[in-house]
Design a protein around this ligand. Sequence first.
Ligand SMILES: Nc1ncnc2c1ncn2[C@@H]1O[C@H](COP(=O)(O)OP(=O)(O)OP(=O)(O)O)[C@@H](O)[C@H]1O
Length: 389
Amino acid sequence: MPTISLTNLTKCYDGNTEPSVDQVSLTVEDGEFMCLLGPSGCGKTTILRMIAGIEHSTSGEIAVDDLVVDSVHQSCFIPPEQRRIGFVFQNYALWPHMTVERNVDFGLRLQKVPAQERKERCLDVMSKLRILEYADRYPSQLSGGQQQRVALARMLAVNPGILLLDEPLSNLDATLRLEMRAELRRLHQTFGTTIIFVSHDQWEAMTLANTIAVMNKGQLQQIGTPDEIYAEPCNRFVAEFIGNPKINIVDLKASAAEQVSLANHIRSRIATNEFTNVCAIRPEEIILTDTANANTLPMSIENIMPTGGSWVIELSFGDDRLFHSTQSRPKWREGEQVNAYLPTSSLHFFDQANNRLVLPETDLDYSHLLLNSASINQKHTNQPLAKQA
Ligand SMILES: Nc1ncnc2c1ncn2[C@@H]1O[C@H](COP(=O)(O)OP(=O)(O)OP(=O)(O)O)[C@@H](O)[C@H]1O
């Protein structure tokens, strides 16, 4: 299967002041399942359309294996039909007057594949996608998920080296989406096709892709495995975009020196420097305990929100709010005090330009913050916390 390389790929639509895709460079390896992930309007579909050849680039280059398929600089543009790339759109546009089998057969007929081979390939792909029993039905007689599978079958029948999927699950309900995700994973394992998948749904991207490319405002932010992107976001945008509930952000520069705040205590325990702007911690990384120790901070439980199988707990410390998430039923009630541990290794730091900073490892020792409930009740008075000996 082919490899796709984008080098400084840029697209400026006529009349727009900002590029929709801005100097994007990435490689999609043979057999990889990559997801382009980012908020609406960040340029994901435009990249897909340029790879398919439906849109011309403004500058930069697209190569499939060693063959340049789009480069203004080299005056080269290979038309879509010669790229061996299949494209499944958000609305999968089946031919309404053709049966399922005729729809699946469509691309093979265009390629003038002999009748017997066409029949065999259609049967094979319909059976793999479990739509054989609907072969004689028309699209209007199928559910959304079944139509989706027909659209995929139509693409796979022509055996494209590369499959481009533009939010193909966006029109489906939650149950069907889940089924189709499993279907897509199976499909990728069975056919080994190189897939580029566009989504603005981080859950979809994390569960499906081998590699995620996070985009924002036309620019590539980070590329890596789902684990890498989650565990080591390269900037604040990626940290906040990935993760549900969202990562907690503590502005290290916001509070006055004498204020009771997480910022002050993190700053007093970690060797931050003048570049350190914000600290972040994922909700599930906060550990809550009954017993205070040298490494815990006293917090109040403001809210406990069940989300079905897990819980989100809103905590307060002084004027700061943190969200904790857990899959264990909380044993505390709203209004109670709890001790929170923020492991040093779970803290992320970002500079003024919002880029990730790696600070020297320091133990977060909160021993001077071991407060009794009386002192935590002072939280809204902005009194400095008494240090324990
Ligand atoms: N034909 C066009 N002419 C002018 N601007 C366009 C055109 N197509 C897209 N754009 C602009 O380019 C930017 C990127 O659009 P694109 O559709 O690639 O984003 P996206 O990340 O796929 O968004 P979504 O998730 O909403 O589909 C947007 O600001 C959009 O308005």
